[in-house]
Design a protein around this ligand. Structure first.
Ligand code: PXL
Length: 266
């Protein structure tokens, strides 16, 4: 029987991040994608592609989750952009209504191109109400620094330390994504599994950011966990999906190229 992969995430209208990326990735990995929308992001072409952000009414988020969880026996969910304390409260309450085998949290604090650090109440709500429920967290460089309380990550040991600190806040598994900001020639992700750290490396592809890499990685991990793949293999496959997707990236009139999920099986 087909495995169900569920996402609770925001829409990014150009298809380069969020809900759209999650569904494409779920499909690419052979899972049946479902989801609840938390917010609607429309980049503004007349204002340097700045973020126009509209939260979905919290009750409507709860209704969507009720509908999906009654329709199917879901046990694996990915949490993407929440973006507002009221959204976080609604999602946290809905998640607590059943048990989950896997809750994969991509702790989206800000999006590419946004100014960091203006929404402390959202960051704190995420840390207090969602992170403790997560079984897997996939912070990027900036999110790992923020959640772990570290100023910078310069070595593999720093990535491990950040992952261990974030694991102490709830999630059993933490994958810290070094990405472009981590020094050196490789894109390094470190998985802390509660006992040991494993580094996954691939050569960096250029020095420019690509939209959707983080969403794709977390969604691919979610799809693999939904199918019953173990966490180490799930991370390995997810990294391969992202690497192939960046190699085959799609250019847009937005500031960033975007990952092509379809490259994985092509
Ligand atoms: O890449 C993070 C992200 C996630 N979800 C939505 C987004 C973004 C960044 O733009 O818009 C909806």
């Amino acid at each position: 029987m087909v495995a169900f992969a569920y996402t609770i995430a925001g829409s990014e209208a150009t298809g380069g991040a969020g809900f759209q990326v999650d569904l494409k990735t779920f499909h690419e990995l052979g899972t049946y994608g479902m989801g609840a929308l938390t917010c609607i992001v429309s980049f503004d072409p007349k204002n340097n592609w700045g973020h126009r952000f509209v939260p979905v009414d919290p009750q409507v988020i709860k209704d969507q989750i009720e509908s999906a969880t009654e329709a199917q026996d879901l046990d694996t969910v990915k949490i993407g952009m929440l973006g507002h304390p009221d959204t976080i409260k609604a999602v946290s309450e809905s998640l607590r209504k059943q048990s989950w085998r896997n809750i994969v949290l991509d702790p989206v604090l800000i999006c590419k191109g946004q100014e960091p650090g203006h929404a402390l109440d959202t960051d704190n709500a995420l840390r207090e109400q969602i992170l403790p429920l997560a079984t897997v967290a996939t912070p990027n460089y900036f999110e790992a620094c923020t959640l772990a309380g570290m100023e910078s990550l310069n070595t593999i040991e720093d990535l491990e330390e950040a992952a261990r600190r974030i694991s102490a806040l709830g999630p059993r598994y933490v994958i810290v994504k070094g990405g472009i900001d981590f020094p050196g020639d490789d894109a390094v992700d470190v998985l802390w599994d509660g006992k040991k750290a494993t580094a996954y490396r691939t050569p960096k592809i250029g020095q420019e950011r690509v939209s959707g890499a983080g969403c794709t990685l977390a969604a691919a991990i979610t799809a693999e966990l939904a199918k019953g793949t173990d966490i180490h293999e799930a991370v390995r496959i997810a990294k391969e999906v992202v690497t192939k997707g960046i190699n085959a990236r799609v250019s847009a009139h937005t500031p960033f190229d975007t990952v092509w999920q379809g490259a994985y099986s092509a």
